[in-house]
Write a protein that binds this ligand. Structure first.
Ligand code: C5P
Length: 395
């Protein structure tokens, strides 16, 4: 890719301007691997390729779930390990989410047993300051130093937690435990959405701990490199193999599993019952089709239509316009059936999405985001109701 001026250089990546696009940067991953705040440094041929692939795939998954990230495109193909991102002003913090006790947490708090599950997830902030080994910093101090506002700290914690849950869901489906995760945030510097807080930097195999089968001795992440006493070429090759495996596994994370929601009306007059459900399902990006059948006028046709749909779609869910049709479909097909009259449309859409989320991480993430938005709408409404009335315009 045609690159402009170098903007910044990290330990494992270089950022360039994108000629003619002031709101966009190019992030190029390098072959470097470092630990101990740069005290140990090696090169692994091909690591930049694997890192670019991993981070692009993670960001694509998060974007598909609806989370705000700086990622635009690139990184996955043979493209000089470059991805395009929105230009951000970085918040100088590392935001760590922990689901299992490990690393610096068990060193700081010996009372917490290594490997124990942490519920609720813990979110910690570290100040980005290599010279002082990225010290832990508490939210009051972050505000005091003017690094982020209280609402921004709340947003970073919430987004980081949701990101952790999404990636943990994806890893669990590959028989691996996501132990902890580090994120960085930025504020969009210019153009559309200026000032918006987004997940920035990279999320790759250097950013997390991953234990296959929940076993630390099988770790796939950078910890293996940090733990080496001396670094031999054979060690680096083992590290490279782990990074390669991780990039392949992460390659499956952002693949949406196509599903169809069949909305069945019991007679033409019942079609209107299904209209709000269509809108509510769209929030999750779910595809729908509509059929009109009739349990009492053409019962044979109901069964025929159901058999045809069952045979056509690998992942199908029925929503019936009333209890009679729901009962008939439930008895006739092995596919899940819901009765639209039993639920509010939004509630029903969420149940359908959750059913699909069992084996679809994108749907799982969308459910988490819809739930988080619903929670924040309640808090916002409460704040509004207690807010002082708007001042009358002067004059
Ligand atoms: O070392 P510690 O337990 O605090 O690390 C927590 C998580 O943050 C780990 O997944 C680690 O890989 C990640 N991390 C990182 N960059 C750092 C420090 C930690 O990606 N500078």
């Amino acid at each position: 890719m045609n690159k402009g001026l170098e903007v910044a250089r990290g330990k494992t990546k270089v950022l360039y301007e994108k000629p003619g696009q002031p709101d966009v940067l190019i992030v190029q991953a390098t072959d470097a691997i470092t630990s101990g705040d740069g005290a140990r440094r090696d090169e692994i041929a091909g690591k930049g390729r694997l890192a670019a692939k991993t981070t692009a795939r993670v960001f694509r998954l998060l974007n598909l779930c609806g989370l705000p990230t700086h990622y635009l495109s690139g990184g996955e193909d043979d493209d000089d390990n470059e991805m395009l991102v929105r230009r951000c002003t970085m918040v100088p913090l590392e935001v760590v989410v922990r689901g299992v006790a490990a690393g610096s947490l068990v060193r700081r708090k010996p009372g917490i047993a290594r490997g124990s599950i942490i519920i609720p997830r813990m979110v910690e902030f570290f100040l980005k300051d290599d010279a002082n080994h990225d010290p832990l910093i508490d939210p009051d101090e972050i505000v005091h130093r003017g690094l982020a506002s209280p609402p921004e700290i709340g947003a970073m914690s919430e987004i980081a937690r949701i990101t952790f849950e999404i990636l943990a869901h994806a890893w669990r489906r590959r028989e691996a435990l996501l132990v902890d995760l580090k994120l960085e945030f930025g504020r969009i510097q210019s153009g559309e959405g200026r000032g918006t807080l987004v997940i920035a930097d990279v999320i790759d195999n250097d950013s997390w701990r991953v234990w296959p089968q929940g076993r630390e001795d099988l770790m796939l992440d950078k910890q293996m490199y940090r733990d080496l006493e001396t670094v031999t070429p054979a060690d680096l090759e083992r590290v490279r193999q782990n990074y390669e495996l991780v990039s392949e596994l992460v390659g499956q994370f952002p693949s949406a599993r196509p599903a169809m929601i069949a909305l069945a009306a019991d007679g033409p007059d019942s079609l209107g019952i299904l209209d709000p459900v269509v809108g509510a399902l769209q929030v999750f990006g779910l595809q729908t089709l509509r059929r009109v059948v009739s349990t009492h006028l053409v019962p044979g046709y109901v069964l025929q239509a159901a058999q045809q749909l069952d045979a056509t779609f690998a992942r199908l869910i029925y929503v019936a316009s009333g209890p009679q049709l729901a009962a008939m479909l439930a008895a006739a097909t092995p596919t899940p059936v819901f009765d639209a009259t039993e639920f509010e449309a939004e509630e029903l859409a969420q149940i359908v999405a959750k059913t699909l989320a069992v084996d679809d991480t994108i749907m799982f993430g969308r459910v988490l985001l819809v739930q988080a938005n619903a929670r924040s709408a309640v808090l916002h409404a409460d704040a509004q109701i207690n807010a002082p009335p708007p001042q009358a315009p002067l004059g």
